[in-house]
Design a protein. Structure first.
Length: 567
């Protein structure tokens, strides 16, 4: 009876029968993983034959449910084949590490691995290979993906981040002193796997025992050319990002760092959300006080969801200790960002080095503003007038402070988006709860090597001297106080006329004068900047009984919605 069926019906039926057989094989049977994997390959092979070796092309069946069903069987069979093959052949894959192509044996099958995706931080093989559809996340508003051919996977690597040595140069296990992690690529990239069969006829395909396992980066590749057809490549743009954040421990680490506890962050780190792409411009995100890259979870996810932005931009996220004095954090972030750009594009010839976009939230906005401002003598005058600082004690270390207090706009930045940024400080930082929290913040002893001599100790012993000096050094909350001399000085620094800047400002009252509004922490008068190319005011509206919350109350939505329209 099977011979009486037309080619399409017969091949789709065979694909379904192999699918049922593969699913029914018990893993308790000896060697069942090899038998099971072979059955999944047969499922993929017959689905592949239906898709590419029947009378009609995939485009001619575009609106038929049967084709969608067979494609889904193929994708699932590829997922099962590749993940089981990874478990069976992990050691063999490691033996072929670094090779663009590797040939493996599985029963009667010869499988050639064709790696078209670069793993992060120069890793050669993943530690884990996880199906994207098996991962679920809390806190993400959406899972963004592209329909098409292939299994959507997450490759988890053990790659070691690059570091800077004492000279500020890149080092990675070369024996030089490791001072602090400088930058690394997100260690959980999304990849898409496809099983390809080199054959000219359906009979040749069904008789062959050779196949190609193609692995692709869905951020780089949208389509495949298969047997004369241009086929959309499936892709997941959320799973790897969500898994990275879920396993990061950023939330606890950032709080430990803020209060000077062990295993907290004490130096900035730059994370690239994908391997560096010289053809894409860079969006650099800088989080706020007591925060981490987790703050950008939905903003970054939705940027990657937008096809136009995904094709034009790559996202970098700065992670830094938020207890440090603002000028110290600013200088360190500059150093890390400059070192990463120099490493990837030393001659500044690629598109990525030009047209950078900075997005800063809260204190991160203050740091972003310093990145595009000019300071000549203004901050030295602040230091000279601040009663907490004794410039006469500096002596030979004056040159160490100069990069903190004198700088030019960071090269290559074209746009800045300020979100709830207290350019002129906030009263909350100088009152009640703000002062109590500021009193709990502990600065690292390493700060003494740079700033210690400028702050008098007035103590009898070395131990108490260190504690007194650190107590006298203004921390991040001190410098967010609207009455702090530093924030007053920085609010007057000129922003580069080569940079366009945009403000997103929240308000907790729907009514009343805009100039007198605030979001509970940052008043409008502090967040507003004259000369901004655009300003998005986000004021909460009073909700009536029975009505759902207004969309504008969703955290981060304003940034995700306004950013695509920024010119």
């Amino acid at each position: 009876m099977m011979k009486d069926l037309d080619g399409e019906t017969r091949l789709s039926a065979l694909a379904e029968l192999w699918l049922q057989h593969a699913m029914s094989i018990s893993t308790a049977v000896p060697n069942s993983r090899i038998v099971s994997t072979s059955a999944w390959i047969e499922t993929a092979r017959h689905a592949y034959a239906y898709l590419f070796f029947t009378r009609r092309s995939p485009g001619e069946r575009a609106f038929e449910e049967r084709q969608t069903q067979v494609r889904d069987w193929y994708n699932y069979a590829v997922q099962k084949t590749v993940t089981q093959l990874f478990g069976l052949q992990h050691q063999a894959l490691r033996a072929h590490a670094g090779e663009a192509e590797a040939t493996l044996r599985l029963g009667d099958w010869a499988l050639r691995v064709d790696l078209n995706a670069r793993l992060p931080n120069d890793a050669t093989t993943p530690r884990e290979l996880l199906p994207a559809n098996a991962l679920a996340f809390q806190g993400l508003r959406g899972i963004y993906r592209r329909d098409g051919l292939g299994a959507e996977l997450v490759a988890v690597t053990d790659a070691e981040p690059r570091s800077l040595d004492e000279s500020g140069e890149s080092s990675a296990g070369n024996g030089r002193p490791r001072v602090f992690p400088a930058w690394s690529e997100m260690p959980t990239p999304n990849v898409t796997a496809v099983l390809r069969f080199d054959a000219l006829t359906v009979d040749e395909l069904l008789a062959s025992h050779e196949l190609i396992v193609g692995v692709y980066d869905p951020l780089v590749q949208d389509y495949l050319q298969l047997h004369g057809q241009r086929v959309p490549l499936a892709g997941n743009f959320t799973a790897g990002y969500g898994l990275w954040l879920a396993r990061s421990g950023f939330n606890q680490q950032s709080l430990r760092g803020l209060f000077g506890r062990e295993r907290g962050i004490d130096q900035p780190h730059l994370y690239l959300m994908q391997p560096f792409d010289p053809r894409r411009r860079i969006i650099v995100m800088v989080h706020g006080l007591a925060s981490s890259p987790e703050a950008w979870v939905n903003v970054a996810n939705e940027l990657l969801a937008d096809e136009e932005l995904r094709c034009e931009f790559q996202v970098w996220e700065i992670y830094y200790p938020t207890n440090m004095p603002v000028p110290a954090s600013h200088a360190a972030i500059r150093q890390v960002l400059a070192a990463a750009l120099h490493h990837f594009d030393p001659d500044e010839e690629t598109l990525a080095s030009h047209g950078l976009v900075l997005i800063g939230h809260s204190m991160g906005g203050l740091l972003a503003r310093l990145m595009v401002s000019t300071a000549d003598q203004q901050l030295w005058k602040w230091a000279a007038s601040d009663a907490r600082i004794d410039l006469d004690r500096l002596g030979s270390i004056r040159s160490q402070l100069d990069p903190l207090l004198r700088f030019q706009p960071f090269s290559g930045v074209e746009r800045v988006v300020f979100i709830a940024t207290p350019h002129r400080g906030t009263a909350v930082a100088g009152q009640g709860l703000g002062r109590w929290v500021a009193g709990l913040i502990r600065l690292p002893l390493t700060l003494l090597s740079t700033l210690g001599d400028a702050f008098p100790a007035r103590a009898d012993t070395a131990a108490t001297a260190q504690a007194t000096i650190l107590k006298n050094i203004p921390n991040s909350i001190d410098q967010l106080d609207e009455n702090d001399p530093f924030v007053k000085a920085t609010s007057e620094l000129p922003i580069s006329d080569q940079v366009s800047y945009h403000s997103i400002i929240a308000g907790r009252q729907a009514n009343g004068p805009l100039a007198e509004s605030d979001d509970g922490l940052v008043p409008y008068r502090s967040a507003h900047l004259d000369g901004a190319k655009s300003e998005k005011n986000h004021r909460v509206r009073t909700q009536r009984a029975g009505r759902p919350p207004h969309p504008s109350s969703k955290s981060g939505e304003s940034c995700a919605r306004i950013f695509p329209s920024i010119g």
